[in-house]
Design a protein around this ligand. Structure first.
Ligand code: HEM
Length: 440
């Protein structure tokens, strides 16, 4: 084990993966605590209340995605053209600044120190090292890419994701300036818009990497220079800039903003159509590559993209959004996408980067893989059911007391917890196998 870790000196990109995997284990633990607290309200109230377990879980989840996405972009940049990483030293500095910041953030949560908002609940001072780390990332990526001439679509996606992330990250802190804080509607609009766009940015890093990987597995670069690849890039960019509209339906913003954003969200249908086509053609190659663990996670992500898009598009319909807002359907959407799409794709990249496909027994892998996928489906459906019950209460039975509504949701929460435990076990087996079988 020591030998494995000391080898990371020469491979700073992999440090991001290992730290990401640590965060994955961490977030699973606090997710389970949070789910238990749904079942037993007030559990561990004195030292680990839901107000602490939730941000510990969610912040670790966000940084698991960010660290692994950064590790992937660096790894693939290096694979494309060895010696083309601008500076390993800068990469190391970025890693230490950001990982120390994350550890401090998690520690402050344990002590009940907050001061931020939603996904960034930590004290705003701690956003400074995260932002500095990101500037180093942009510098390293831009310098490593060199020229923008004749670049494949995934390089465009990496550049866009990296640059826009900084922009939206800064935007999510505009509330610190009194001018933006003074009007509640404006304040919330900027806030929710920035979160929507931020997700769009890390998706650019991750989807770009998946295009790189798909081409790598199929042994050609047809897709990364194709017209349709670039079309999807522009559609993604468009959505990154404007799809946030459905985040603000419930705010009294002008109606035209809502209609435009609804229309923009619908452009995602185009993406859906394209994905279904891709999926059909990928089925024919499925057999050939089925032994590749990274390929299997790509396949799983494909199915989850479909399921989540159907849910997201339904949620974008204003008449439905009025119902789903503030219910567990939103949580199903957030976790369905960050687990089924983001986490599965990231694991796919890690399997590919570490090249450990043959070392893990196929039976064990398949067991963990099926456990994760089946549990996630049950987990996701349980949240949607809880959300529908709550929406019905909000709209049709407001006279029923809150406590009575919560007890109505209890069976869904029991299933949610049990499936969550299955999900955690499946993921932990995979993480354990990856760490155990990693060889420099
Ligand atoms: C890779 C695995 C996971 C990821 C990436 C993930 C991600 C997230 C995210 C992004 C949220 C915020 C949702 C929102 O703001 O609407 C969230 C909330 C939550 N997650 Fe997870 N999650 C994971 C696994 C789990 C597991 C295994 C459990 C345990 C059963 C769990 C339980 C929860 C709970 C209880 C919440 C709080 C929801 C609320 O505020 O009511 N998560 N998770």
């Amino acid at each position: 084990m020591m030998e494995q870790f000391s080898s990371l000196k020469n491979r700073p990109a992999f440090k991001f993966f290992f730290f990401g995997l640590f965060l994955l284990g961490f977030l699973l633990f606090f997710g389970l605590i949070g789910a238990l607290q749904y079942l037993v309200p007030g559990l561990f109230k004195d030292y680990m209340s839901f107000e602490k377990s939730r941000p510990l879980h969610v912040t670790a989840a966000v940084f698991w995605i960010i660290f692994s996405a950064v590790g992937t972009v660096y790894t693939y940049l290096e694979q494309r053209k060895p010696d083309r990483i601008f500076s390993l030293k800068l990469m190391n500095i970025q890693f230490y600044i950001m990982s120390i910041a994350v550890i401090v953030i998690l520690i402050t949560y344990f002590f009940g120190i907050f001061g931020g908002r939603e996904y960034w609940e930590f004290h705003p001072v701690l956003a400074v090292p995260v932002g500095i780390g990101w500037v180093l990332f942009i510098t390293n990526v831009v310098k490593s890419v060199g020229t923008i001439k004749k670049q494949p679509v995934y390089v465009w996606m990496w550049l866009t994701g990296a640059v826009f992330f900084l922009f939206t990250f800064l935007e999510s802190y505009l509330w610190l300036i009194p001018y933006f804080r003074s009007g509640i509607v404006g304040d919330m609009t900027v806030q929710w818009k920035s979160y929507g766009s931020m997700v769009g940015c890390w998706n650019m890093l991750i989807y770009g990497s998946s295009i790189y990987l798909m081409d790598k597995i199929s042994g050609n670069d047809r897709y990364s220079y194709s017209k349709i690849g670039f079309l999807i890039y522009f559609l993604g960019l468009f959505n990154l800039m404007f799809n946030w509209g459905h985040h603000i339906y419930t705010l009294p913003a002008p109606k035209y903003v809502q209609y435009i954003s609804y229309g923009v969200s619908m452009t995602e249908l185009l993406l859906l159509g394209r994905i279904i086509m891709l999926w059909r053609s990928s089925l024919t190659t499925a057999k050939k590559n089925y032994h590749l663990y990274s390929y299997r996670f790509l396949l799983a992500a494909d199915v989850w993209i479909l399921l989540n898009l159907i849910l997201a598009i339904m949620m974008s319909v204003p008449a439905i959004n009025v119902y789903t807002h503030g219910t567990h359907i939103t949580v199903a959407h957030a976790m369905g996408t960050t687990i089924g799409i983001n986490s599965f794709l990231l694991l796919s990249f890690i399997f590919d980067a570490f090249g450990i496909k043959e070392k893990i027994s196929a039976r064990r892998f398949t067991f963990a893989y099926l456990t994760v996928n089946i549990s996630l489906l049950i987990f996701w459906v349980a949240l949607i059911v809880a959300g529908i019950l709550k929406a019905d209460w909000q709209m049709h039975q407001p006279e029923k007391p809150f406590a009575e509504m919560m007890s109505m949701l209890r069976p869904a929460f029991i299933v949610f917890f049990a499936a969550g435990a299955g999900l955690a076990v499946g993921f932990l087996i995979i993480v354990y196998k990856i760490v155990k079988h990693y060889r420099p």
